[in-house]
Design a protein around this ligand. Structure first.
Ligand code: AMP
Length: 550
């Protein structure tokens, strides 16, 4: 790279250049749509103006409990208006929001809370049985704030500061928030890998503001148009998982009506989708599959036509996108990971494809998408040499963007491994085409190496899922003396009592061989029908467990 000397001009002595602060996102949303609503289940609703007041009241509550800038505050709650307030109030006082993954095993939760050095805990009443046995080991925690759905007496050994609603109601509705360095850490959470302890990733005010702006600009792309102040948004990716992909921040900036469903219960989700006329949600494919397979929806007794769903976290298969489309549900893909805040790419279709019919768009809708503004992606070979954008050359995806975690918290070796060569290594294998469109073919560790060739488990899953009697599929590599590895598939039949035969599925895959899309040796010789496929804490196929169980 040549070095250059650009012109940098002096600023006026009194000029200011404000730090990027999360609080500015909230202010913008209130200005844009002060009367729009924040809805919690079928239990409560209030305006953006009231949302802002509650953020101020929560800030008073926390500081009156001794929480200071630099402290880490843990939250264990389902998706709620309270959680949204924590997304703002905690970082805005200069503290760090630790979104605890409540679906991890208790010993992993304990590990993350000790490692994060949480000093204050906001806990929903449903998680008391989880947290009470851990509390005596969490010696650094100074206090707990309880969230209840309705006031009632509780009997708990925890040193409770009080109940969320009760305490915030006693506080003034204005808090004089401090300003500070935009590089201050705002959020922290843990990602579980295949080996070792969960790893902490963290994001600063600056990173979250830039991520929000990047997300907002891509969410308004023509043909995509997921969010603005006339839209109704409901997450179905938990708020503890990468800030629900950062969308609550983006929805707030844009003043969209926001609906928080609490614990994900199918009936409540469907009820809210219909009664609140939700326009936009995001989720992993497993969850979308659950929704579109629900009897009331599949039979169109409940009409979800017009609902836009951004699918990420795992590949969207063509069969799931088609099944959703038949119900009027418009799916698109996005790609990212915990380490990347998460958004890296979104499925903003090339101009000509955007105007085409659904069948033409379908393969594009299932690709990871186009890098969003400010994201740079490369696909590199084993030596780190960038591969051509030809849609065919496959290698590891690496990224640069102003919102990537700069390290794993207190993990020097793993941090350097993540950031070697100055790029964040995603651990994903994929290709870029001439439009810059990314296709993910696998996790590096999930690629099946058979007879010296690399076989994409995601591609194979996509073909198998097109067999009409199949609702879910996971493909992994199993050791094979002759070929090194051979693909094996775990399959859930739509009708559990009447699954198709393995031979029928293998015969179905022959058409992709004839079309030149699949090599004959890629047809799995082992196809096992099961009632359920193991999932991770956030509903993705758990290939680590599948490998040990197959
Ligand atoms: P997590 O950190 O748990 O959010 O997982 C991130 C991983 O999910 C990525 O590294 C990918 O392996 C996978 N992933 C996310 N989005 C997609 C997508 N659109 N297609 C395929 N895999 C995806």
């Amino acid at each position: 790279m040549p070095t250059v000397t650009p012109k940098i001009l002096p600023a006026a002595p009194s000029a200011t250049n404000p730090d990027l602060m999360i609080g500015d996102l909230l202010e913008a949303g209130v200005r844009m749509a002060g009367d729009n609503q924040i809805v919690y289940r079928d239990q409560s609703r209030h305006s953006y103006k009231r949302f802002q007041e509650r953020v101020h009241q929560l800030a008073h509550t926390l500081t009156s409990q001794g929480v200071e800038a630099g402290d880490v505050v843990a939250v264990l709650d389902w998706d709620s208006h309270r959680y949204l307030e924590c997304f703002f109030a905690i970082p805005m006082i200069g503290a760090v929001l630790h979104t605890v993954n409540v679906r991890l095993a208790p010993e992993q939760i304990l590990y993350t809370m000790e490692h994060a050095e949480d000093v204050f805990v906001i806990v929903h009443e449903e998680f008391l049985p989880l947290i009470e046995p851990l509390a005596e080991k969490l010696t650094q925690v100074r206090g707990y704030l309880l969230c209840q759905e309705a006031p009632k007496a509780v009997n708990t050994p925890l040193p409770l500061a009080g109940e969320f609603e009760e305490l915030i109601a006693q506080q003034p509705t204005h808090y004089d928030f401090p300003t500070f360095d935009e590089n201050a850490v705002a959020t922290l959470f843990y990602t579980t890998g295949t080996t070792g302890n969960p790893k902490g990733v963290f994001f600063t005010h600056r990173q979250l503001v830039l991520h929000t702006l990047g997300e907002a600009s891509s969410f308004q792309a023509p043909g995509f148009e997921l969010l603005n102040r006339d839209k109704v948004y409901m997450p179905i990716t938990p708020m503890f998982h990468v800030h629900a992909w950062g969308v609550p921040y983006t929805a707030t900036l844009m003043g969209a009506t926001q609906v928080y469903p609490g614990r994900y219960e199918p009936e409540m989700l469907v009820k809210l989708l219909v009664s609140e006329k939700v326009d936009f949600s995001h989720c992993v494919p497993t969850l979308l599959n659950m929704v579109v397979s629900a009897e009331a929806i599949a039979s169109k007794k409940v009409d979800l036509a017009g609902w836009k769903v951004l699918v990420g976290g795992s590949a969207l298969t063509q069969s799931l996108a088609s099944k959703a489309w038949e119900l009027g549900i418009d799916t698109r893909s996005a790609y990212g990971m915990s380490e990347t805040c998460p958004l890296l790419t979104a499925d903003i279709l090339p101009h000509d494809i955007d105007k085409a019919d659904f069948e033409t768009q379908l393969p594009w809708r299932c690709k990871a998408g186009l890098p969003v503004p400010l994201v740079k992606l490369q696909v590199v070979d084993a030596d780190g040499t960038p591969l051509p954008h030809d849609g065919k050359s496959v290698g590891e995806v690496r990224a640069k963007a102003p919102w990537l975690t700069q390290a794993y918290y207190k993990e020097e070796v793993r941090s350097e491994e993540l950031w070697r060569d100055g790029w964040l290594h995603t651990g994903d294998v994929g290709s870029l085409d001439e439009h810059g469109f990314l296709t993910i073919s696998d996790r590096i560790k999930d690629v099946i190496k058979t007879g010296g060739e690399w076989l994409s488990s995601l591609e194979l899953e996509s073909y198998i899922s097109q067999y009409p009697g199949i609702s879910e599929v996971a493909v992994i590599g199993v050791a094979d003396d002759k070929w090194g590895e051979r693909p094996a598939a775990l399959v859930v039949a739509t009708d559990l009592n009447n699954p198709p035969t393995s031979e029928a599925v293998q015969a179905f895959l022959e058409q992709f061989v004839t079309q030149g899309k699949l090599n004959r040796w890629a047809i799995p010789s082992m196809i096992r029908f099961v009632d359920e496929i193991p999932k991770t804490s956030v509903g993705k196929l758990d290939k680590k467990r599948i490998r040990t169980e197959i």
